[in-house]
Design a protein around this ligand. Structure first.
Ligand SMILES: *[C@@H]1O[C@H](CO)[C@@H](O)[C@H](O)[C@H]1NC(C)=O
Length: 406
């Protein structure tokens, strides 16, 4: 302690028994005063208007947890030479029977009946056309092949024996998917309905609700269809209406298929009564809309039904299904008053007022005509300690060595 006797004592003394404070310079200038108030007003408007009123900065928020189940209803009747008179119900056109947050409804198809494993001519195209067996390679299979080539060249169309293709070992007869049926095979799907049941949960607030609101009774639910203006809370949607609400044409979309999004938005202010927390439905086509400009438009896939006849031969019905997949997307955010976000936002709002000071300082000290005058008033210039002492005490403070040099 010997090395810092009095100086340490002084530090402690000044720390305990002295107080320093910033000096405030009051500038009497209409321009600067007005500007300061304007900036402060803008900040106040931002904090109150945007942060608190619009963004509800006083609320704690939580995002939604939800589950969705769907049910499709509707019947379609078709009459074609291939299939005869036929009824299509839910079990026929919803593939797979149930899925997660999405439902696929078949609207169009290419059906190939009674396929069995065997040998038959390959589908006609540039690469499979042949003139003699020499054009076909035994064991060859391409990416687009329906089967493995046997090495023979056979008549493709009995009506015109000059057209031949390579024979393949495959599910025969092979599918002919050159032309998509137009209009769509199940065009009646426009009138099918989709019931969406959606339960939501806001874990932070332990708030649950479902989209079949308490005010909806059994008879209403049996007869209603969603309409944005007249029945905005009916959870039953006509497929045609949904596609139309997304600005698309159903019959056009039904031919090649596509993907539709049904968005359910649960934006809730839980400071208000729970009955005010209601779903809002919006529709949107998700796959590429510009059908004319895409190489592979729409949505399709294949599935088959397998049979075994009396003598044990396996056969199948192959369906290339085109249809619309409805993806149900639930999102939402709930907010409720909480003291912590309120305090944080008040704090950061107050801190923003500092911006007004900084801005006005910059203007006053750097851009105004009388900036030198203001600078002089704002800053109290203090010289370096040694020099200052020299000025005050003159030659007395000069060190003996310096005096000796002179
Ligand atoms: C849908 O139903 C309406 C009224 O029942 C009917 O007029 C219309 O033809 C149906 N649409 C299709 C594509 O079947």
């Amino acid at each position: 302690m010997g090395s810092c006797g009095t100086s340490c004592g002084q530090t402690v003394y000044s720390c305990l028994f002295e107080y320093d404070t910033p000096r405030i310079v009051l500038i009497k200038s209409r321009k600067v005063g007005l500007m300061n108030r304007l900036v402060q007003l803008a900040i106040l408007a931002y904090v109150i208007g945007w942060v608190f009123v619009w963004q509800k900065g006083y609320q704690e928020t939580d995002s939604v947890v939800s589950s969705v189940t769907t049910k499709v209803k509707g019947i379609a009747l078709t009459n074609t030479s291939k299939l005869g008179l036929r009824i299509w119900d839910v079990a026929d056109y919803v593939v797979p029977p149930q899925g997660e947050n999405s439902v696929f409804i078949m609207t169009n198809m290419i059906i190939t009946l009674n396929q069995t494993q065997g040998r038959c001519p390959e589908q006609l195209d540039k690469t499979t056309r042949c003139h003699s067996d020499a054009d076909c390679e035994e064991g060859y299979t391409g990416i687009h092949s329906n089967g493995v080539q046997t090495g023979r060249c056979v008549v493709y169309d009995p009506a015109n024996v000059t057209i031949k293709t390579c024979e393949v070992f495959a599910w025969c007869p092979v599918e002919d998917d050159d032309k998509v049926p137009q209009p769509a095979f199940l065009k009646a799907a426009e009138n099918f309905t989709l019931l969406v049941k959606n339960n939501i949960w806001y874990p932070k607030f332990n708030f649950t609700k479902r989209n079949i609101l308490p005010s909806i009774n059994q008879t209403y639910l049996k007869n209603c269809t969603y309409h944005a203006e007249t029945d905005p809370f009916c959870p039953i949607f006509r497929l045609g209406d949904m596609v139309e609400a997304a600005g698309q044409n159903f019959q056009e979309m039904a031919v090649e298929g596509g993907v539709m999004g049904l968005q359910i938005n649960w934006k809730c202010d839980l400071d208000k009564p729970a009955s005010r927390c209601v779903p809002k439905y919006t529709f949107r086509r998700i796959d590429n809309k510009d059908v004319a400009h895409t190489v592979s438009p729409g949505y399709n896939f294949r599935f088959a039904k397998y049979f075994r006849n009396a003598d044990g031969v396996e056969s199948r019905t192959l369906i290339k299904a085109y249809g619309i997949r409805f993806d149900i997307m639930v999102f939402g955010k709930a907010g409720k008053f909480n003291i912590i976000p309120t305090m944080i936002n008040i704090g950061s709002g107050l801190a923003l007022f500092g911006v007004a000071t900084v801005l006005c300082d910059v203007i006053v000290l750097y851009f105004m005509k009388k900036k030198y005058y203001y600078r002089e008033k704002k800053y109290k210039y203090v010289e370096d300690y040694e020099l200052g002492v020299d000025k005050i005490y003159g030659s007395q403070s000069e060190s003996p060595e310096l005096r000796g040099d002179q």
